[in-house]
Ligand binder design. Structure first.
Ligand SMILES: [Zn+2]
Length: 436
């Protein structure tokens, strides 16, 4: 790794996203040679710094996307209008069967570029082709939590043991948070696998303290099927089989009931809230207020680009509070500070990343700069700045992005990979898959 020069970034405002809605006028962020934040505060508090770079605008943590299948950029917008099960079996899986490791690498790199340009510095990937995902992210410079998927429907004879071994090996070879790569385990769902198989994967994840990432209660049909097959909810089964004793991230959680929420909260589990994907597939609206009140950690996610259809987490940041308010008929159901928390601090917790998601001394210097000098922030008012960030802001305001202290986007340009080339490559590959 290239040693960085210690630097101080001086902004008009620093938004540390520590959960309390603090705003530092004339704030600075000091970045050390190790790529971590050395200090956050004001120049008056911290004294002068020999290498100060005035950047203006707003500095805040990079957004954290807790649930994605990014190589599916190659299948963007495929199967629109189908409900989840038909969408998977008729549209998505037949095309994914034609995907190669190289396809996945280009798809991941393109999606990673899309996210970095939007100020999303970390994503959690539930997919196959885990080697390709790591290779792509090493090029783009993003941070990633790779959770290789286990699907019995796609395994020979439904036998998943070889795949579980493969993931355990992959964990041993690639789990390296200091170099931006974390590894977890991802059983697709409890309707595809059996509770016993989910438990077996849970034991392997717990043995190394890895994240356990699973789709849970995304649709009503899925919940009803699990109830009729096993006589209990998916969450109850995960609790009964010991899975919730590990670090669990449940994607969607649209149809959870009160008991499920209590079980998840008691276990310290997290839910990846993907409001836009849930709307697009007609799956429903997760009750985030109930989840948060029960004490469940909640992070926002885009889901894959075939069900969203982009990877711009700013849309979720805005949609989550709007949906909570509209569906509960309560303008106090979620405020801007909470929404930001779900895209940063709680999102990082959801992924078991305890030194990401806040501008805080000792944390990784994963941060973004937004331009304040744009119509969406005009007229400028300090007292409504956080509200403007959520309800008037967008990824269009993101000008600069750093990951582990390294500038990966500068003045709206990606410094690490050639985006035009990636788009051309993905175009050809997507055409081969859909037309071949
Ligand atoms: Zn998903």
């Amino acid at each position: 790794m290239v040693a960085l020069e210690p630097v101080r970034l001086r902004a008009d405002y620093v938004v540390p996203c520590e959960g309390a809605g603090r705003l530092l006028a004339g704030g600075v962020v000091d970045i050390g040679t190790d790529g971590r934040i050395a200090a956050v505060g004001t120049e008056r508090e911290l004294g002068p710094h020999p290498n100060t770079k005035p950047v203006g605008g707003i500095l805040m943590p990079g957004l954290v996307n807790t649930h994605a299948h990014t190589p599916m950029t190659l299948l963007r917008s495929v199967g629109d209008g189908l409900p989840l099960q038909r969408w998977l079996t008729e549209a998505i899986w037949p095309l994914e069967a034609k995907m190669t490791g190289d396809d996945a690498r280009y798809g991941m790199a393109l999606g990673s570029a899309e996210m970095l340009l939007a100020g999303v510095t970390t994503s959690c990937e539930l997919y196959f082709f885990e080697e390709a995902i790591v290779a792509a992210v090493q090029e783009t410079g993003a941070r990633v939590v790779v959770t290789p998927g286990v699907i019995s429907a796609l395994a020979p004879d439904g036998k998943v043991e070889p795949r579980i071994e493969q993931i355990a090996d992959f964990y041993g070879g690639h789990h390296d948070p200091g170099n931006r790569i974390s590894v977890g385990f991802a059983p697709h769902s409890i309707y595809d696998l059996t509770p016993q198989q989910c438990a077996e994967i849970g034991e392997r994840a717990q043995a190394v303290g890895a994240l356990y990432h699973i789709h849970l209660d995304e649709t009503r049909a899925e919940r009803e099927q699990v109830m009729s097959d096993w006589g209990a909810s998916g969450t109850q089964l995960l609790a009964d089989y010991g899975v919730l004793e590990g670090r669990v991230l449940a994607a969607h959680g649209v149809w959870l009931d009160e008991t499920d929420r209590r079980l998840l909260a008691e276990a310290g589990a997290a839910v990846a809230h993907c409001p836009q994907s849930n709307l697009k597939l007609g799956s429903g609206i997760a009750d985030v207020r109930e989840l948060l009140q029960a004490g469940v950690v909640v992070g926002l996610g885009t889901d894959g680009p075939a069900s969203n259809d982009n990877l711009d987490l700013w849309e979720e940041l805005r949609l989550a509070p709007l949906l909570a308010r509209g569906s509960l008929l309560d303008p106090e159901a979620m405020d801007a500070i909470q929404a930001l928390d779900l895209a940063t601090r709680q999102a990082a917790w959801s992924l078991a990343l305890d030194d990401v998601g806040q501008l805080h001394a000792g944390f990784w210097a994963d941060l973004i700069r937004l331009d304040l000098d744009v119509p969406a922030f005009s007229p400028f008012r300090e007292d409504t700045l956080l509200t403007q960030l959520v309800f008037a802001g967008s990824s269009r305001g993101v000008t600069d992005v750093w990951v582990a202290g390294r500038a990966v986007v500068a003045d709206r340009e990606l410094m690490t990979v050639e985006v035009g080339q990636l788009m051309a490559e993905c175009d050809t590959r997507a055409r081969r898959m859909t037309e071949g």
